[in-house]
Design a protein around this ligand. Sequence first.
Ligand SMILES: Cc1ncc(C[n+]2csc(CCOP(=O)(O)OP(=O)(O)O)c2C)c(N)n1
Ligand SMILES: [Mg+2]
Length: 198
Amino acid sequence: MALGAAFSARYRGTGQVAVCFFSEGASNQGVLYECLNMARLWTMPLIYVCENNRYAATTPAKKSVCTEDIAPRAAAFGLPWAIADGNDVLDVHAKTAEAVFRARSGGGATFIECKTYRVEPHCGIIPDGRGKDEINAWKSGNRDPILQFERVLLETMVLTREAVAGIHDEVERELGDAIEFARSSPFPKMEALENGVA
Ligand SMILES: Cc1ncc(C[n+]2csc(CCOP(=O)(O)OP(=O)(O)O)c2C)c(N)n1
Ligand SMILES: [Mg+2]
């Protein structure tokens, strides 16, 4: 789908860049490599973002991915690639900006692997055999991307503590309003099932 979106953007000359997100489990699917081939062949304005969160649903990457790093596979298709600390907002931003610039200036697709960790289950109902210590280590403020970025903004005096507290309040309010809106909304009618599906 991202390849098609990128093709459409280039065809229409909109300057848009398609961004495709998937995780390390999906990176083992053959279709990804068919798409990397076409992305390079047709110099698509496209960014592949592999969120390597170390689990495919409940399967640990160690049992399903043959190498520690996934991004270097893109080199086999002649595509530039980068590895980012997926929990570091500034690192992800820097690597993405470079890829966007490349795509917009006709340099084609880039593969970015973001090393991270999924602290929640793949979806609520799947039982999860992970140890609490492993999850808690990643949940801590040292690794949490929001708290990590917040620290940078405080240390560099971009934001004051009061401003940070204000943002937290605003987000809490926005989320609360969204939950309230969802709970108080009527269920959609069956006829709406196919809306927007070609
Ligand atoms: C083509 C296909 N094969 C299998 C599945 C079943 N499936 C759903 S989620 C999942 C694991 C995906 O792992 P990953 O890409 O690491 O995503 P994450 O669990 O990190 O969100 C699988 C195998 C699927 N949805 N589609
Ligand atoms: Mg995963």
